[in-house]
Design a protein around this ligand. Structure first.
Ligand SMILES: [Fe+2]
Length: 252
């Protein structure tokens, strides 16, 4: 499985997945036609377009790419009326093959009502859209904080070595937020050096891993006593800590 990262718009990432054995080419969340097509051209084909959710910065390239390459568009069944050009309606837990590469649909509502993640179990790779970011999580637009918390728990429970590819390059600002409430976390200090080095060289900070996120992403660390203390919420539940952090991040 080859994953090619395409920076799009201001801070979006689209991802090409190439299954060399069967020469199957797919793209996750094509934000815009031109930049994606510049990378797709060399394959001379595009079999599948996958969308994590319906927001324009994730589906903006759908129709033009479909028109040019006659691709099949896959999205969650709940979003059948708002993912442009959708052909195949995916269900929760459904497995689907892109050539030899099989993914499972993880239903992760919160950012939107129909948000899904694509988990490739054999390759240990997950595409999380705007649900889990490196060191952060998406804003809760359509769902509840409880839904978002549960969705993040689902992603957190994936094998720790799983590589995580998310929808945006928000890592640096997320890191600053994490450091505010989790400043003694030694893993965060290390991550700071890594992130600065990548960004200085104009490189993505993606992929991260589930293990890295459990160690550093404050939204996955709502059971940490020091964080609870920093928020002055020592008696609160994990879910309450999550809600508090999400609200604080919204105005950070
Ligand atoms: Fe979004």
């Amino acid at each position: 499985m080859i994953v090619e990262i395409i920076p799009c718009l201001t801070d979006n990432y689209s991802y090409i997945i190439h299954d060399k054995k069967t020469n199957t080419v797919s793209i996750i969340d094509p934000s815009e036609f031109t930049r994606c097509d510049e990378q797709i051209k060399k394959y001379k084909k595009l079999d599948f377009i996958l969308n994590t959710h319906h927001h324009l910065d994730h589906v903006g390239g759908n129709l033009e790419l479909k028109k040019k390459y006659n691709s099949k568009i896959l999205g969650f069944e709940l979003d059948r009326n708002r993912i442009p050009g959708i052909d195949i309606l995916l269900k929760e837990f459904q497995k689907y093959k892109l050539g030899n590469l099989e993914f499972e649909v993880i239903f992760v509502p919160g950012h939107t009502k129909g948000h899904i993640a694509f988990f490739f179990n054999k390759e240990k790779v997950v595409f999380t859209g705007d649900t889990l970011f490196s060191l952060g999580c998406g804003r809760v637009f359509e769902g509840s904080h409880k839904e978002m918390f549960n969705s993040l728990c689902k992603i957190k429970s994936l094998p720790t070595e799983t590589k995580v590819y998310c929808g945006h390059e928000y890592t640096k600002s997320n890191l600053n937020f994490c450091l505010t409430y989790d400043k003694n976390n030694i893993h965060l200090q290390k991550k700071l050096n890594y992130v600065d080095e990548k960004l200085k060289n104009n490189l993505p900070t993606i992929p991260t891993t589930i293990n890295d996120e459990i160690e550093t992403n404050i939204f996955l660390r709502c059971d940490d006593e020091e964080i609870k203390q920093a928020l002055n919420l020592k008696e609160s539940s994990e879910e309450e800590i999550f809600s508090k952090l999400r609200d604080l991040k919204d105005s950070f």
